[in-house]
Ligand binder design. Structure first.
Ligand SMILES: CC(C)=CCC/C(C)=C/CC/C(C)=C/CC/C(C)=C/COC[C@H](O)COP(=O)(O)O
Ligand SMILES: CC(C)=CCC/C(C)=C/CC/C(C)=C/CC/C(C)=C/COP(=O)(O)OP(=O)(O)O
Ligand SMILES: [Mg+2]
Length: 279
């Protein structure tokens, strides 16, 4: 079992971006970063890594078909070692969160439970799994703001709402892409119940709501740069969701690249938030 396999199973790009997003949440809430606030990035990275490892543990059978290259199906890490590793990651993040504030610790504990519940069960339940991932992604802003107290958390509510809606749109479109594989794996997802077309329309509605909420920070906190930057991002988000809404089959959703366009728009939005927070 190699060190690179233990690193790869954590999906480090995902964990690092999540950790940096927590710092962005603290920056937005306070206008600054401090040495203690850097701990937020470590905590979120550790817990996100734990969530990614536990996800692969529960997904080993379907990943043997869909993603045989991943460390567990490829035999690079044993299931027992992965379970110990996931536990160590979660416990490390929670112990460090105990050094922050009670609100941050509460979010860390709740999110750890949701990450395990998602891997074990929620991801195979229609819409609830999608909402869980959308909440987890949005909660990163709340976690960062919470380090500055309740008002810090409140100051990140609009960004959390934007993130939740946009992530929900993307998650249901990802399910629309994977209908055949999910059905074979015994999962019940939203597209299986309401169909691809209605799922695309639902995702488009969520994306439009995210765009509407994204205009809230303009004028209240951020000025012209934010409006110009978020307008470009909003166009990308709406265009991506519109491509998915036009589809009636999984292969069309995949060919539309709607989920990739949405992902690019979401990461671009992080950059707009970060620049708007410091200029
Ligand atoms: C309308 C509008 C302006 C929407 C933007 C909403 C927004 C700021 C989304 C940011 C979401 C994001 C990328 C947060 C970073 C931290 C995090 C939780 C990352 C987790 O992974 C997200 C990534 O999409 C996973 O990619 P994949 O493995 O392909 O599903
Ligand atoms: C704020 C704190 C303390 C923690 C936040 C925890 C975070 C940021 C989670 C964000 C990343 C996330 C939503 C992970 C969910 C688990 C996961 C890997 C989902 C994707 O798994 P699948 O749906 O099985 O799809 P793949 O495994 O094929 O990617
Ligand atoms: Mg998985």
């Amino acid at each position: 079992m190699s060190a690179s396999a233990f690193l790869r199973i954590t999906r480090p790009h995902n964990a690092i971006v999540a950790g940096l997003t927590a710092l962005l949440g603290y920056l937005i809430a306070t206008g600054t970063l401090t040495v203690p606030s850097l701990l937020l990035a470590v905590i979120v990275a550790l817990i996100t890594a734990g969530g990614n490892v536990i996800n692969d543990i529960f997904d080993i059978d379907i990943d043997r078909i869909n993603r045989p290259d991943r460390p567990l199906p490829a035999g690079k890490i044993s299931p027992g070692a992965a379970k110990t590793y996931a536990l160590a990651l979660f416990l490390s993040g929670i112990v460090l969160a105990a050094l922050t504030t009670p609100l941050c610790l509460a979010i860390a504990l709740i999110n750890s439970v949701i990450l395990v519940a998602y891997a074990a069960r929620l991801k195979r339940t229609p819409l609830i799994g999608n909402v869980a991932v959308a909440y987890l992604t949005a909660s990163v802003f709340l976690f960062g703001g919470a380090f500055a107290g309740v008002f810090g958390l409140i100051s990140n509510l609009s960004l959390a709402a934007i993130t939740l809606l946009a992530t929900l749109a993307r998650e249901v479109l990802k399910d629309a892409e994977d209908v055949e594989g999910d059905a074979a794996g015994g999962a019940r997802t939203l597209p299986m119940i309401i169909g691809i077309r209605r799922t695309g329309i639902f995702a488009f509605a969520c994306a439009c709501c995210a765009v509407a909420v994204s205009l809230l920070p303009f004028g209240r906190w951020w000025g012209g740069f934010y409006l110009a930057g978020i307008a470009v991002v909003d166009i990308v988000i709406v265009a991506g969701a519109a491509r998915g809404a036009a589809c009636t089959r999984p292969d069309c959703v995949r060919a539309s690249r709607a989920t990739s366009i949405l992902r690019a728009g979401m990461f671009a939005a992080l950059a707009v938030f970060a620049i708007a927070a410091v200029i």
